[in-house]
Write a protein that binds this ligand. Structure first.
Ligand SMILES: C[S@@+](CC[C@H](N)C(=O)[O-])C[C@H]1O[C@@H](n2cnc3c(N)ncnc32)[C@H](O)[C@@H]1O
Length: 251
């Protein structure tokens, strides 16, 4: 469901975010770039445009991958010659020592803690060479209040594509549940409405810190001292303006 609406609602904002926060690190990569959870490829495109090395795009969802493949099919030769798509969860992709930059954005809180600890972070560490950099988006503290935010809104032909997102906090042991409601609005009202709910496991900064240290990473601050302004994502949910990456270095 989400794959169908993802680019219409998020591509511009996410691409801009990637240009702001990932381009410098991508330009510095000398061995390879690993992108964990490429989704529809909004950020893959920036990583491949900016870097000079192979890009490993790992995406297990067929629906998201279909959009990614469509994007790559129309990409420049420069991009097409370097992106390799891995249609598995990272833990099953068998990547070892292939990258000196790993990007894991918009993903970690979507996996249960045990899966992050036992599969995700060890596989990222395996794929990176010692000294390699991991860029991961900074975690939100706790669960948000149960409220609803508007999604971006965009026009396609005479129709407006938009929606809302709502988070229902989980109980102590259970995940939060994020419900995305997509709406297609015509001149005379709603033409279509679809919803999809995803679990997320609140990832406090201290928890991420602990998980990454155990997996063999050390905090690296902001790479090379670059510290751009918070990017403007005017059409994203309020929280997006505080959405920024952390850098970790593999020991
Ligand atoms: C919310 S999307 C974000 C996509 C992209 N990073 C972006 O910001 O547009 C998260 C993606 O991670 C993928 N994913 C989930 N578990 C994964 C895993 N273990 N390894 C690699 N990708 C995974 C999902 O299929 C999904 O497409």
């Amino acid at each position: 469901m989400t794959a169908e609406f993802y680019d219409l609602l998020h591509l511009d904002g996410y691409r801009e975010w990637a240009r702001t926060w990932l381009a410098t690190s991508a330009r510095r990569a000398r061995l390879g770039v690993l992108e964990v959870g490429s989704g529809t490829g909004a950020m893959t495109w920036v990583l491949a445009e900016e870097s000079e090395v192979p890009v490993h795009a790992v995406e297990p969802s067929r629906a998201m991958r279909a959009v990614l493949m469509g994007r790559l099919a129309t990409a420049s030769d420069r991009v097409r010659s370097r992106v390799r798509v891995h249609p598995h969860p990272l833990g099953a992709a068998g990547l070892a020592g292939v990258a000196d930059l790993a990007v894991c954005v918009n993903l970690a809180a979507g996996l249960p803690p045990a899966e992050r600890e036992d599969a995700l972070w060890p596989a990222v560490a395996r794929a990176l060479v010692p000294g390699g950099l991991l860029v991961v988006d900074s975690p939100r503290r706790g669960s948000p209040a149960a409220e609803e935010w508007p999604l971006p809104s965009t026009r396609l032909g005479p129709d407006v594509y938009t929606g809302t997102v709502r988070c229902a906090p989980g109980d102590r042991a259970g995940p939060d549940r994020w419900t995305f409601r997509y709406q297609v609005l015509g001149e005379r009202g709603t033409l279509r409405e679809e919803t999809e709910t995803f679990p997320t496991w609140p990832l406090d900064p201290e928890v991420l810190d602990q998980e990454l240290r155990v997996a063999g990473f050390l905090p690296a601050g902001t790479a090379g001292g670059w510290d751009p302004e918070v990017p403007a994502m005017t059409s994203e949910v309020d929280a997006a303006s505080a959405w920024r990456p952390e850098l970790w270095r593999r020991r």
